[in-house]
Design a protein around this ligand. Structure first.
Ligand code: F6P
Length: 415
């Protein structure tokens, strides 16, 4: 069997997931004949099941460099979980029929903790069926909630964008003179983990600077204590900048705000507006709020160089591990903090799949309204360095991939 490789992207995309794709494709090209063709599926595992594949040989070296610096998921992503093999064997029959039809021996899946479960399921079923396949999970998520890795590609760039925005908005907020108080609320992503909210703390260069308060999902929202703190900040510096995590929960454990639920997936969002409204009605301040939403995970123009390097490196490591026949999830190990040194590692699927890493207690400030110095020291190197895309006519020159689809070998299929 020719040893073809199949790569796919999954879950919420990031500013640097395409750097991982570039790491995969570049490395596969470097190893020459040890790998046959390098396919990518359109829209993750759904593209595999639907047999919608492209051949990355159609990407020129010049476009590969642009791919590395383009946000979004160039091959398309999905939120789709495979059924357990025993419940839906037909789904796996189809999956392995597609892999066999395209002579795929290596499957690299670029996603978060749910996608690592998909990797585990596929590897287990390949082994059970005696199909020669090596599955490697390539990590990505701005939420930074994958366990046993120092950080996740995508996080550092989103964190840098958010911390930059908070520093800038802090200056705006401080400029206006008003008789009443003012507040600004920024809602950030991260689901149940406060890594991104915490990273906003890096914006402050000294006491009294934005962000003044951070509402983490790990700390139940104590509204009376929060209002007292907002008031105290406003009395001291005139205005208060607050960062709120989208997954903030009340003392009863319920999420403060969400948009909707669809097939068990909860789309978060709205916490910023709730907090802003409550400040306005309790304290009578003038309040603005913003939702960083997709802006924070698409902001490639201000990517962290550490992050782009790590994203590329996990793609590269995944190809090397796959060639060695070693399945598992690529992680990042911190060797030292000052200077920041790291290397890639490999973790068993079972240690990673479906688990969620939240902020540990020693990364949370004692009063619960921010992060600790240890967190700041951990986070600082992850936003370090600039790696901007090329700009043309004042705007980033991003790649729009338009590769022809591989002719299907099998009849059509719908999940
Ligand atoms: O990928 C993770 C994430 O960025 C979360 O922080 C956020 O809640 C979610 O994606 C939003 O994605 P969707 O577009 O599926 O609602």
């Amino acid at each position: 069997m020719a040893k073809n490789l199949l790569y796919a992207q999954s879950g919420g995309v990031t500013a640097v997931i395409n750097a991982s794709a570039a790491g995969v494709i570049t490395t596969a090209r470097e190893v020459g004949e040890r790998i046959g063709r390098v396919f990518a599926a359109r829209n993750g595992i759904l593209g595999v099941l639907r047999e919608i594949l492209v051949d990355t040989a159609g990407i020129s070296d010049n476009d590969l460099a642009r791919l590395r610096a383009t946000p979004g998921g160039a091959f398309g992503s999905c939120r789709f979980d495979l059924d357990p093999a025993e419940r839906n064997p037909a789904q796996y029959d189809r999956l392995f029929a597609v892999l066999a039809a395209h002579e795929v021996a290596y499957f690299l899946y670029n996603g978060g903790n749910g996608s690592m479960e998909t990797c585990r399921q596929i590897q287990a079923e390949a082994d059970a069926r005696g199909y020669p396949l090596t599955v490697v999970g390539v990590p990505k998520t701005i939420d930074n909630d994958i366990v046993h890795t120092d950080c996740c590609p995508g996080f550092g760039s989103a964190a840098k964008y958010l911390a930059t925005s908070v520093r800038e908005v802090g200056l705006d907020l401080a400029a206006m003179t008003t008789s009443g108080g003012r507040a600004f609320v920024l809602e950030v992503m991260g689901r149940n983990a406060g890594w991104l909210a915490g990273a906003c703390a890096l914006a402050a260069e000294g006491p009294g600077q934005a962000p003044h308060l951070i509402l983490l999902p790990e700390v139940p929202f104590d509204e009376p204590a929060f209002m007292r703190r907002v008031q105290a900040v406003v009395e001291r510096v005139g205005a208060c900048a607050i960062v709120v995590a989208e997954g903030l929960r009340g003392p009863d454990g319920r999420i403060l705000a969400m948009q909707r639920e669809n097939k068990g997936y909860i789309q978060l969002g709205g916490a910023g507006e709730v907090i802003a409204d409550r400040i306005a009605s309790s304290l009578g301040y003038k309040v603005h709020y913003a939702v960083a939403d997709y802006l924070q995970r698409a902001a490639r123009h201000i990517a962290s160089k550490t992050d782009t390097a790590q994203a590329f490196a996990v793609g590269k490591a995944a190809v090397r591990r796959a060639l060695a026949g070693s399945c598992g999830v690529i992680g990042i190990k911190r060797i030292s903090g000052h200077p920041y040194r790291w290397r890639t590692i490999q973790l068993p699927f079972e240690k990673v799949a479906n688990l969620e890493r939240k902020l540990p207690p020693d990364f949370i400030a004692k009063d619960g309204f921010g992060v600790s110095d240890d967190f700041r020291a951990w986070c600082r190197p992850l936003i370090a360095g600039e790696d901007p895309p090329r700009f043309v006519d004042g705007l980033p020159d991003y790649l729009h991939l338009d590769l022809p689809l591989e002719p299907p070998h099998l009849p059509g299929w719908q999940p």
